[in-house]
Design a protein around this ligand. Structure first.
Ligand SMILES: C[S@@+](CC[C@H](N)C(=O)[O-])C[C@H]1O[C@@H](n2cnc3c(N)ncnc32)[C@H](O)[C@@H]1O
Length: 284
């Protein structure tokens, strides 16, 4: 096997989603900027509502102009405070990795960012298509640039270096999370804001839980749940200097969440209360 060929999956299944993104040598030479035909007429609320309804799968639920709401099950605005984003981003060059429907990219624009790049695989096999992003981007007359890219392929000579990099809700979806942090360090000029599922809250050493099959949330794309210490240690090992936990889910919320997940997904409430979310700011 030549080193530049994608690795063969040992068996069809879980890893198939990721094989192209595990290639050792990237063949990308230019940013793969998404384009779409003029969606036209989205300044009319009724037409926008109808167009929003035709998007087969939204993730983010947020308000577009004219009081029209996108159709996702996840309301990111309610959890925005956890991230401790800069209130203003004037003059900043922002990269939002794993942008999906783009809520955080549009939020960065709203806070005055000078330039925003939204990157994602937008892989329909992972149900994350770019259609919602395109509709929201058009409705909001956004200037953000959508680039199809895996975090592993990010390269400063192709995708630039960024004052602020957002990596929200992606780390635990990766079979090789440390490699992703190394790639993110290469494109971060100042700060990485990382939000992730976390696990092993009672383990005192940096540690990651490995999820077999669909153990976490019945979702086979969930691979590793790091504890907060592991997120910090991995960011430091990837070359970030000053790394701080700015928010982590406290025990009462973890207990409530574990009870809900036991009901919905049949997860063990015992291991469940060690699971939560964590937000880290990693400065270069
Ligand atoms: C749970 S969603 C998070 C969306 C958004 N960042 C948020 O926090 O609400 C995970 C996103 O990561 C994207 N993703 C998964 N693997 C990726 C990779 N290797 N490189 C870039 N994006 C990836 C998925 O397509 C999906 O849009």
């Amino acid at each position: 096997m030549r080193i530049s060929e994608p690795r063969q999956s040992p068996a069809p299944g879980r890893l198939d989603f990721f094989v192209p993104h595990l290639a050792i040598e990237s063949r990308v030479t230019q940013p793969d900027v998404l384009d779409w035909p003029d969606l036209g007429g989205l300044d009319d609320a009724a037409r926008l509502r109808a167009r929003v309804a035709r998007v087969p799968h939204w993730f983010h639920s947020f308000e577009l102009p004219g009081g029209v709401w996108t159709g996702g099950r996840y309301r990111p605005a309610e959890k925005l405070h956890r991230l401790h984003l800069p209130h203003r981003m004037d003059g900043l060059n922002v990269l939002d990795v794993g942008a999906w429907d783009g809520f955080y990219s549009f939020e960065a624009e709203r806070r005055g960012a000078e330039r925003v790049i939204s990157a994602d695989l937008w892989n329909p096999e992972l149900s994350a298509t770019s259609e919602g992003y395109a509709v929201a981007h058009s409705a909001m007359q956004s200037s953000a640039t959508p680039v199809r890219a895996s975090v592993h392929d990010l390269d400063p000579s192709i995708h630039g270096e960024h004052d602020l990099v957002l990596f929200l809700g992606v780390l635990y979806h990766l079979p090789n999370p440390f490699e992703a942090l190394v790639a993110l360090r290469r494109v971060t000029r100042k700060t990485l804001i990382l939000e992730t599922e976390s696990d092993l809250a009672y383990t005192r050493r940096p540690a990651l839980a490995f999820y077999t099959g669909s153990e976490l949330g019945k979702d086979p794309t969930n691979w590793f749940g790091p504890n907060a210490k592991a997120v910090v240690a991995m960011c430091q090992a990837a070359g970030f200097g000053d790394v701080r936990v700015v928010w982590k889910m406290g025990l009462p919320m973890r207990l409530a969440r574990a009870a809900k997940r036991a009901r919905v997904y049949g997860e063990s409430p015992v291991s469940g209360h060690a699971r939560g979310r964590v937000v880290v700011h990693a400065h270069v």
